[in-house]
Design a protein around this ligand. Structure first.
Ligand code: UDX
Length: 444
């Protein structure tokens, strides 16, 4: 039917939906090549339907968390020429045309490669749609002197971005200089043929409408990709599957699952507050502490004294979970999450109500929508043991939690419906396939 080249970036939250997209488009008849960096490369044995193209990278020395814009600049510079060269050779050797290139939005230099190879380029966005209008509003808010957000403004609504409060803005405490650099980079993507969004029309209709007006190219909302793609691990870290037999022993909907995604970090005192909050909640818990995510430690050396004895038999701490399996388990009653978009979609897909505690970027916006608009989660405002204990019990024990669970189940049903024949994501995916084939014939 055609050959698609997907270009991924080396972040877990971006790689996962790209792999899922590859699997979905393969099921539609395309052959798929996925180009990726050596840093954080996927495990090809989990994706036999995809051919992998590994690009040499040369930027391990740059700390993405210290200077993200510099990291992206070097990443894009390193990959651009190499990708073009490798794809050129591939075309000549295979005597095969390339139907389109689909790239992660942060791999912005791929657009130039697609232009040079004379193929359409399509962007995959792996954040929520609701995040984008807020991101696009940042320069104006900066120019008005409203960013970084001052303490007295945090709870106030941003007039043009209702229902977001100033504290829900992405990068609300980032310096003006960094915001300017980020914008200069995001402006580089100017002429994609289309945008694929891992979301659903019913969930983010208003944001999608704004984005269609803004970008003026077709936007295909085909999510949640975690439900359409064939299930397989997409993790960089090894998933500890022992937790499933532990979950089997717990009562239905009794466990709070805690995971803060692939990037968030915490201080030692925050680890201690979390630990005691979980212990005092009296509920069983499954807690992912990613190695290195507690500043200054390798793993859980900083767990407070007495904690392990206190929670023996009631809690399990692990390095990385098979999250989709965990969320699908009947023992899980709630998900304390950083509100990364993949985690959000995975939770919504299983009807698991959430405790929302964002750390960075789009997560603040997602938290606000989860807790205030879709009302499938409770916002955890302070990382303090008593507040944590209370919020866990509100979700898992109190009647309030039952109501939230009902709404979460309702959203889950609607999400399922999107993927059925005639549903919005089902149709959007078919439209995307047609669009790819039509754009290719226009280009050639
Ligand atoms: C960040 C952003 O916050 C997100 O919104 C953006 O679009 C991508 O980058 P990240 O911290 O990676 O996200 O979180 P998330 O988007 O939730 O992705 C994490 C992925 O890792 C999820 O698919 C989740 O299932 C997986 N995961 C997490 C595991 O498989 N096991 C774990 O223990 C923890």
């Amino acid at each position: 039917m055609g050959h698609l080249v997907l270009v991924a970036s080396p972040f877990q939250g971006h790689m996962t939906p790209m792999l899922q997209l590859g699997s979905v488009l393969h099921s539609k008849g395309f052959s798929i090549t996925l180009a990726h960096t050596k840093l954080n490369s996927p495990d090809p044995s989990n994706h036999p339907e995809i051919e992998f193209l590994s690009l040499d990278d040369n930027f391990l020395a740059i700390d993405a968390s210290a200077n993200f814009t510099k990291f992206l600049e070097v990443l894009n510079d390193n990959c651009r020429l190499q990708l073009q060269d490798r794809l050129n050779r591939k075309i000549q050797e295979a005597k095969e045309d390339m139907t389109a290139i689909i790239h992660d939005n942060i791999m912005y230099s791929v657009e130039e490669v697609a232009r040079n190879l004379n193929v359409p380029s399509i962007v995959l966005r792996s954040s929520s749609a609701s995040y984008m209008p807020a991101f696009l509003a940042l320069p104006k808010l900066h120019a008005q002197g409203q960013l970084p957000v001052q303490d007295y403004m945090r709870e106030k609504i941003v007039p043009e971005l209702y229902p977001l409060r100033y504290k829900d803005l992405p990068f609300n405490s980032t310096s003006t200089k960094v915001i300017k650099e980020m914008f200069a980079q995001s402006e580089i993507i100017r002429t994609p043929s289309a945008i694929i969004w891992n979301t659903m029309e019913f969930l983010e209709n208003s944001a999608l409408t704004k984005l269609r007006e803004h970008y003026k190219v077709p936007i295909f909302a085909i999510g949640p990709l975690n439900e359409t793609a064939r299930y397989t691990s997409t993790s960089f870290l090894k998933e500890d599957t022992n937790c499933i037999s532990w979950l089997d022993k717990q009562a239905p909907r009794s466990v709070i699952y805690v995971s803060l995604g692939s990037l968030a970090t915490m201080e030692e005192h925050e680890l201690a507050e979390t630990a005691w909050g979980l212990a005092n909640s009296n509920q069983p818990f499954l807690w992912v502490v990613r190695p290195g995510s507690v500043k200054g430690s390798e793993w859980i050396e900083f767990l407070p004294e007495g904690f392990v004895d206190e929670v023996r038999g009631r809690g399990l701490v692990l390095k990385w979970a098979p999250q989709k399996q965990v969320l699908a388990h009947s023992a899980v009653g709630g998900f304390w999450s950083h509100c990364g978009w993949n985690s959000t979609l995975e939770s919504i897909s299983q009807g698991v109500p959430m405790i929302c505690r964002p750390f960075l970027g789009d997560q603040f916006v997602n938290c606000r929508y989860l807790s205030y608009v879709w009302r499938v989660g409770l916002e955890l405002e302070y990382l303090e043991r008593r507040v944590i204990m209370t919020v866990i019990r509100r979700l898992l024990v109190d009647e309030e939690g039952e109501e939230i669970r009902k709404r979460a189940n309702n959203v889950k049903e609607k999400a399922k419906y999107c993927l059925c024949k005639g549903g919005s994501s089902f149709n959007s995916l078919n439209n995307l396939v047609e669009f790819i084939l039509a754009s290719y014939s226009n280009f050639t």
